[in-house]
Design a protein around this ligand. Structure first.
Ligand code: 6PG
Length: 238
C-alpha cells in the first residue's frame, strides 16, 4: 500500500510540476503514512521526484513544539529524510506550538501567502489518514469545526478519547474538499469497520467525518488487505 501510494504521489508531482511548475501537497499526520514518506525519501524515489518544485504542507498538527514526540512535522521529516533537494523554504509547517487559535490564524496567513486570496486554496494533493471513529486530519466526530465554511484553518480543542490528548490545528473541510486529489491511506484490521462504513455511506454524516470528504477532484483510497477486509460486505447502490 505504501509503495503504491508513493508511486501515485510521484506521478501526481510530475504532472503538477509539468503543468504549473510546482506541486502543492498537504501531508497527513499519524503513523500510517510514515512508510510512504520513508519510500519517497529513498534515493531511488528522490531521483523520480523534482523536490525543488515540491511545496510540503501539513493537513494538521498537534499543539506541541516541532521537536516534540507527538509532532506530525517531526515524524514526517524524520521518515522522509528530508531530501537534500527540498528547499527549506518549501517546508510549510503548521506553527501549532502557538496554540490552536493563533496557530490556525498564522497558518491561514501562510496559505494565503502561497495560494493568494482569490478563493479557496487548491492543493494538488491532500493526504489523509482516518481514525477508527472516522476522524480525518483533526476534524473529529460531531466537532464544531466540521461546520466551518469560511476559515481555511481551524483550531481544535483536545479531542475526547483520541490520543494524544492535546489541542490541534487542522485544515478545514472546505480546503480539504477544494483539493484536486485526495488520497486516504488506511491500514490495519482495526480500521476495517471504519473503512466499510466510510465506503458504504450513502450520505454525509458528521458523526463520521470521513463521509464529509468529497473533493472537487479525485478521491482515491489506499488500503492494505486488513483494512479492506470488510469492503466486500458493502452493499452497492443498485
Ligand atoms: C493525526 C492525523 C490523524 C490520523 C488518524 C489515523 O494528527 O494524528 O492527522 O487524523 O491520520 O488519527 O492515525 P494512524 O495513521 O496513526 O492510525
Amino acid at each position: 500500500m505504501a509503495l503504491a501510494a508513493a508511486r501515485e504521489i510521484t506521478g501526481l508531482a510530475a504532472r503538477a510540476t509539468a503543468l504549473k511548475g510546482r506541486f502543492d501537497i498537504a501531508i497527513s499526520g499519524g503513523s500510517t503514512p510514515l512508510e510512504t514518506y520513508k519510500i519517497l525519501g529513498r534515493p531511488s524515489f528522490t531521483k523520480e521526484l523534482d523536490w525543488r518544485s515540491v511545496h510540503l504542507f501539513w493537513g494538521d498538527e498537534r499543539c506541541v513544539p516541532p521537536t516534540h514526540q507527538h509532532s506530525n512535522f517531526r515524524a514526517a521529516l524524520s521518515a522522509l529524510g528530508p531530501p537534500a533537494a527540498l528547499p527549506a523554504q518549501n517546508l510549510h509547517c503548521i506553527p501549532a506550538e502557538h496554540g490552536p487559535k493563533k496557530g490556525a490564524a498564522l497558518y491561514e496567513e501562510t496559505l494565503r501567502g502561497h495560494f493568494g486570496n482569490q478563493g479557496l486554496p487548491s492543493f494538488d494533493l491532500v493526504l489523509l489518514g482516518m481514525g477508527p471513529d472516522g476522524h480525518v486530519a483533526s476534524l473529529f466526530p460531531r466537532g464544531p469545526t466540521l461546520n466551518e465554511r469560511n476559515k481555511w484553518v481551524v483550531g481544535v480543542e483536545v479531542p475526547a478519547g483520541v490520543e494524544p490528548f492535546v489541542d490541534r490545528v487542522s485544515l478545514s473541510l472546505p480546503v480539504i474538499n477544494a483539493a484536486k486529489t485526495v488520497f486516504f491511506l488506511v491500514s490495519g484490521a482495526n480500521k476495517a469497520l471504519a473503512v466499510q462504513r466510510a465506503l458504504g455511506a450513502s450520505a454525509e454524516n458528521p458523526d463520521f467525518p470521513a463521509t464529509l470528504v468529497k473533493p472537487a477532484g479525485e478521491l482515491i483510497w489506499f488500503l492494505d488487505q486488513a483494512a479492506a477486509s470488510k469492503t466486500q460486505e458493502i452493499a452497492r447502490p443498485e
